[in-house]
Design a protein around this ligand. Structure first.
Ligand SMILES: NC(=O)c1ccc[n+]([C@@H]2O[C@H](COP(=O)([O-])OP(=O)(O)OC[C@H]3O[C@@H](n4cnc5c(N)ncnc54)[C@H](O)[C@@H]3O)[C@@H](O)[C@H]2O)c1
Length: 255
């Protein structure tokens, strides 16, 4: 059997949630550069539109769809717009996520619900909405953003974030088994500390420097490095990987 050598996404449509900035922005750019038509979703419509302008300026097919991944109606509309514009959905990257650094004793119910919902329910709703299109195509790739928090504990976020990211790993395994026979793979990536707004706006430069010093590879990860792993999992070359949770953390966690 011949393993495909290049990751060309020509003829494939990808939805990237929370794609207006950070890791999602880098994923959208990487997939678009390799030929995918990209739907950039974000709660912040302005950031999604800016990202789409950038992708189109580089010659890609892309549309922005503002919406929240925790609204079933928004998610349905996002998938409908993707299909209307590009004909099908082949790749879904569940990247939208939020983090709060609150200790358990201080977490209000609303905050708990919100962190669990955006990370976990959003992942479920988006998967549910794209499966029919992937099944019809007989090919699909779903990549879920978990975290080292999902395997260990979060250094930056609170216990709700850790619980949600661990929940994503269980959901990933279960769905992977359900849809494996349909030609759809479902995997998770578990980044360590990546240099994005989420991290920069949550902890001080001093704490960040201290964490960085503790990593075997003494720097933060870059969004583009995570995007590279996501693109691999979204490619034909990763056809035999499903239900996995791949680490990308500079050696911070080795299990
Ligand atoms: N940065 C890290 O160190 C790190 C590490 C591990 C995992 N992650 C995960 O990677 C993903 C991306 O993180 P990031 O660092 O790029 O974060 P970020 O905060 O820079 O970007 C997240 C994006 O998601 C969008 N978003 C938030 N809520 C949304 C909703 N309800 N619907 C749609 N979009 C929404 C935001 O507007 C933002 O554009 C998240 O799931 C995060 O938990 C990040």
């Amino acid at each position: 059997m011949k393993i495909p050598e290049t990751e060309t996404f020509e003829g494939r449509t990808a939805i990237v949630t929370g794609g207006g900035q950070g890791i999602g922005g880098a994923v959208a750019k990487t997939l678009a550069e390799r030929g995918a038509s990209v739907v950039v979703n974000d709660l912040d419509g302005e950031s999604a539109r800016k990202k789409v302008e950038e992708l189109r300026a580089a010659g890609a097919d892309a549309i922005a769809v503002q919406g929240s991944v925790i609204s079933a109606a928004d998610v349905r509309r996002m998938v409908e717009e993707a299909i209307e514009q590009f004909g099908a959905v082949h790749i879904l990257v569940n990247n939208a996520g939020i983090l709060r650094p609150t200790p358990v004793i201080d977490i209000e119910e609303d905050e708990w619900d919100q962190v669990i919902a955006v990370n976990m329910k959003g992942t479920f709703l988006c998967c549910r909405a794209v499966l029919a299109s992937m099944q019809a195509a007989g090919w699909g790739r779903i990549v879920n953003l978990s975290s080292t928090a999902g395997k260990n504990i979060s250094t930056v976020g609170g216990a709700h974030y850790t619980a949600a990211k661990a929940g994503i790993l269980g959901f990933t395994r279960h769905l992977a088994k359900e849809v494996a026979a349909d030609g759809i793979t479902v995997n998770a990536v578990c980044p360590g500390l990546i240099d994005t707004e989420m991290v920069r706006s949550t902890i001080s430069d001093e704490r960040l420097a201290a964490y960085t010093e503790s990593f075997p590879i003494r720097r933060l990860g870059r969004p583009e490095e995570v995007a590279e792993l996501v693109a691999f999992l979204a490619s034909d070359r990763a056809a035999y990987i499903t239900g996995a949770a791949l680490d990308i953390n500079g050696g911070d966690l080795m299990i």
